[in-house]
Write a protein that binds this ligand. Structure first.
Ligand SMILES: [Zn+2]
Length: 421
């Protein structure tokens, strides 16, 4: 951290913004944004920038964001006065989601050009999954999904919002954490299932990011044939959890598991038994053969009660189009487990730390756009964190630590001479 006049001052947020301006030309990228207001008093770019600061400092509501008046850095970067919470909500409801998606695309392109998103074993990997951002019995409006919940005291209608998100899972560079990127999301519409939403998302993503990934990971919900066929038609590979015991493919594979001896393997210290069956044609709806892999994993869990190791087993079955000659069983097992990255590093982090599930304004466009601004903030922060912060600074500090520092920075009293960016 910077020392000014003998006093230690916190400058992480300003360093993040300076980095985003230098590497991604953030202000220029955002300058083209517009919204529906006819005579905007406060430019759109200023409102979106304040949205980025809202997420970077992990504020739980629009009202919770306030800036230190008079700080020169903020005057330069974020023209004051900060729009009211009400205006910021309204502007987000009038944003064009596609322009925000373009900003995310530009950040991706810079990182790709700077070789910050290396392939994994010669290819790009991404994961797709749905997430319910909030549910309520009371608040609802246009664009809400709804379901009826049955209980002893009668039926109740619950309103909720869901999106399908695509996260890129690049490889790592020496001594750097991977720069996982949230590339896009698509709101689920009333009456459609998650795979339909995902296919609409993918159709757009493949135009914007045609070469970002070669392999797409997904959970068991995505085992339906249309998902596989869509990816095959676009020359992408799929790797999906296989769970449905009623499925012919599952039954055929289960019969093979009994007949053939597994090969020994290992995954992160777990002892595994692996079965690998390429070229299965027991899924006629899919335009091509598939490969089924099973990993039976044993590991010990030390319980607090008796401090002894208790053996645990996990049984995973995946179906994939990855060719065995190019991608070993071990790699497929690794990819299979990577499907959790979107939960651990995406949804959980976004919801618990970034407050991205908060309904900042109950309007379908506002919900869509706030989430895209959260994605942009997340991507810029993680690029800064992995590529710009020195490893020694990064070490041993949690995400929450950096968030607290950035929040503190907004309210910090600092000598004017130390404020130059
Ligand atoms: Zn709603």
């Amino acid at each position: 951290m910077e020392t000014a006049g003998g006093k230690e001052t916190v400058t992480v947020l300003r360093r993040l913004i300076t980095y985003a301006e230098k590497v991604f030309h953030l202000s220029r990228v955002l300058a083209s944004l517009g919204d529906k207001r006819l005579q905007p008093r406060i430019p759109t770019v200023a409102v979106v920038k304040s949205g980025l600061v809202l997420f970077w400092t992990r504020r739980p509501s629009l009202k919770a964001l306030s800036l230190l008046p008079g700080a020169r850095f903020w005057q330069n970067w974020l023209p004051e006065p900060l729009a009211s919470a009400d205006t910021r909500g309204r502007v987000h409801a009038g944003l064009q989601a596609d322009q925000l998606r373009q900003a995310i695309q530009q950040v991706y392109q810079h990182l790709k050009r700077n070789k910050a998103l290396p392939d994994v074993q010669g290819g790009g990997v991404a994961v797709v999954d749905g997430h319910e951002s909030h549910a309520s019995y009371l608040r609802h409006g246009f664009g809400c999904l709804q379901r009826t919940l049955h209980s002893d005291s009668g039926d109740r209608i619950q309103y909720y919002h869901r999106q399908v998100t695509l996260m890129l899972l690049p490889g790592t560079r020496p001594a750097r954490p991977p720069v996982r990127l949230l590339l896009d999301h698509e709101p689920q519409r009333p009456g459609e299932d998650e795979v339909e939403t995902a296919l609409r998302l993918l159709a757009r993503v493949l135009v914007r990011f045609p070469r970002a990934f070669d392999l797409l990971l997904a959970d068991a919900l995505y085992a339906p044939a249309p998902f596989f066929n869509f990816l095959l038609a676009h020359r992408k590979h799929a790797l999906v959890v296989l769970k449905d015991e009623r499925r012919d493919l599952y039954q055929d594979a289960a019969g093979l598991f009994d007949q053939l001896a597994p090969q020994p393997g290992g995954y992160r210290g777990r002892q595994c038994r692996w079965w690998d069956f390429p070229d299965l044609r027991s899924w006629p709806q899919v335009h091509g053969s598939v490969r089924v892999i099973r990993s039976l994993e044993t590991y010990g869990v030390r319980r607090q009660a008796d401090h002894r190791e208790h053996p645990q087993t996990r049984d995973w079955i995946w179906v994939t189009t990855l060719p065995p000659k190019q991608v070993s069983t071990q790699r497929v097992v690794g990819f299979g487990h990577q499907r959790w990255d979107i939960e651990n590093y995406g949804f959980n982090e976004l919801a618990n730390q970034w407050h991205s599930d908060h309904v900042f304004k109950h309007d379908p466009i506002a919900i869509e756009c706030f989430l895209l601004v959260a994605f942009l903030a997340y991507n810029l922060f993680h690029a800064f964190f992995a590529l710009n912060l020195k490893p020694a600074l990064r070490q041993g500090k949690t995400q929450a630590f950096w968030a607290r520092l950035m929040a503190a920075e907004l309210h910090q009293k600092v000598a004017p001479h130390s404020l130059s960016p």
